[in-house]
Ligand binder design. Structure first.
Ligand code: OAD
Ligand code: ZN
Length: 246
């Protein structure tokens, strides 16, 4: 069946590049965005322009983030993360490209330099003006004290989670590294993403055009099933669990 074919493709590949979305982290208890009950079915996203323009929007963004804190803090890598980490340790995966912001690939054993975070990271914050890093505990203390989202003590611009909001520029270095990975692999595996958000969703196509075989693993159909060499509409933990090596 399809899972056996995946096993054959993984065994035959020299360089595998995984590309992950929120679906790889649902097993860890973190909701995705577009499934029933997903984050964007409950709340409209706050885009970057709004965040910059409105203090209310910033307060709301931080309220939402702190409401998720226990979920993020308790989350541990799932079978999908651990399977990829096993293939990374075996030398088959040079790095993972992720749209996720939850830090779980790093926690599963990938070196920080080998996680290309296209949409940033929500486990710390940065000033949107000068880029100064702040820890969430620091933001929380200010927020609880003043009841308001803090501005940067260095340059007075707003402090935001180190994530990429809609309308915010993509990180250039990560875009470059993702392109190089996509163009230098023989197997590209899109895992747990609806593949509807661009420019991130361009990487599977880029890999395919550069000659890689493309596999899509996702419970529901994605925007790129029609271009994939193999599509597996099953649970990620079940499909990748057999590749976990401890
Ligand atoms: P989506 O919520 O759009 O897609 C996640 C996909 O994972 C869905 O199609 C689910 O069917 C599937 N899925 C969930 N759990 C699964 C499981 N256990 N096994 C198999 N499939 C499962 O999330 P992304 O594609 O990651 O960006 O979203 C892309 C971007 O949109 C995010 O990075 C975020 C969001 O807005 C920004 O915020 C900029
Ligand atoms: Zn600043």
């Amino acid at each position: 069946d399809a899972v056996d074919r995946l096993g054959d493709m993984i065994a035959a590949a020299r360089v595998i590049v995984p590309f992950t979305g929120a679906g790889i982290s649902t097993e860890a208890g973190i909701p995705d965005f577009r499934s029933p009950g997903g984050l964007w079915t409950r709340n409209r996203p706050i885009d970057f322009e709004e965040f910059v323009a409105s203090r209310d929007a910033r307060d709301e963004a931080w309220r939402r983030r702190f409401a998720m804190q226990e979920t993020f803090a308790a989350a541990r890598p799932g079978r999908g993360h651990r399977a990829l980490a096993s293939l990374y340790r075996a030398g088959k995966i040079p790095a993972v490209i992720t749209q996720n912001i939850d830090n779980l690939h790093q926690e599963s054993g990938f070196a920080p330099d080998h996680v290309v975070e296209l949409h940033g990271n929500t486990t710390y914050a940065r000033c949107i003006g000068c880029g100064q890093r702040y820890e969430l505990a620091w933001v929380r203390q200010r927020f609880d004290g003043d009841g308001a989202a803090p501005d940067c003590p260095v340059c007075a611009e707003p402090v935001k989670t180190a994530t990429v909001s809609f309308g915010q520029a993509m990180p250039e270095d990560e875009m470059q590294r993702a392109a190089e990975l996509a163009q230098h692999c023989d197997l590209f595996v899109a895992i747990g993403s609806s593949l509807v958000v661009w420019p991130a969703a361009g990487f599977p196509l880029m890999a395919k055009q550069a000659g890689a075989r493309l596999v899509v693993i996702n419970r529901e159909p994605t925007d790129q099933d029609d271009v994939a060499d193999l599509v597996i509409h099953q649970d990620i933990g079940e499909v990748l669990g057999p590749f976990v090596r401890n």
